[in-house]
Design a protein around this ligand. Sequence first.
Ligand SMILES: [Fe+2]
Length: 298
Amino acid sequence: MSKIKKDKQGSKKKRRIPLPVKFLLIVLSVLVVFSSSTIGVNYYINKNFTTTFYQINSDKVTDNIRIVELSDLHNSQFGEKNSKLISKIKSLKPDLIFYAGDMINEDESDYSVLFDLSDNLSKIAPIYACYGNHELDRYLFKDKKFTEKLEAHNVNLLSNEATDVTVKSSVIQLIAISDNVKQFDIKTNNAKKFINSLKPTSNCRICLTHYPELFNEKLLNKGIDIAFTGHVHGGHIRLPYIGGLYSNGEGFLPNFTEGVVKTKDNTKVVVSRGLGNHNPIPRINNQPELVVVDICWY
Ligand SMILES: [Fe+2]
């Protein structure tokens, strides 16, 4: 069929595509080409994890302390029964291993991925964990025995509580917060009451919480030296020169998506991009990440 029409005067005229439609077609074509190639590349990238190292100095420790942080595993596996993850962590020789939440999925009752992993990692170093939203949902609404079962696999789960942990000749005060920004002030929860009840300490205060956005306001000026967090999955899609696109807690272009973010009151907030996903938004340009933090005394 001819695309050429005659106008009222009988002259031949091309059918013109309106400019906004043209623009939309160009954008859609670019997106289709871009996404089909990136989905392929990202599928491969997301099957492997990268290891990110940070060094944080503290005059409150007397030895160097190495902490390996896992977050947002969401029942993913790297190698059979996470053999690749386990051998990497073994080679890193950590003093402590932290789980910053969402290691399972709230809609799955099979915890074997996490339990097998914990059995293996607990032979390398002591494991400390906080609840993510998926563990808390599981524990509160679906399986009251979840915490008990996890602890049977050598994981010390802390919830709105503190414990002193001795590493070499240093003592750190480890605290864990379970509640997100919306839950934080609710009277039946303990987060606010707990954090306000803490007495000042000369020990390094380390906070384990799933939610980095608590450091926009709720956990400021609480004497926290270093925090380990996750939840935001690196902002799901990472844009060159811009960073993470979106987080559930902060919306578009959030403050906390990865790295070590220093707050107004000088807390160093370590944000893991996490190891897995349980979300309709895919991870793009955002490789799963194992985080290693060396707290250095010098
Ligand atoms: Fe998550």
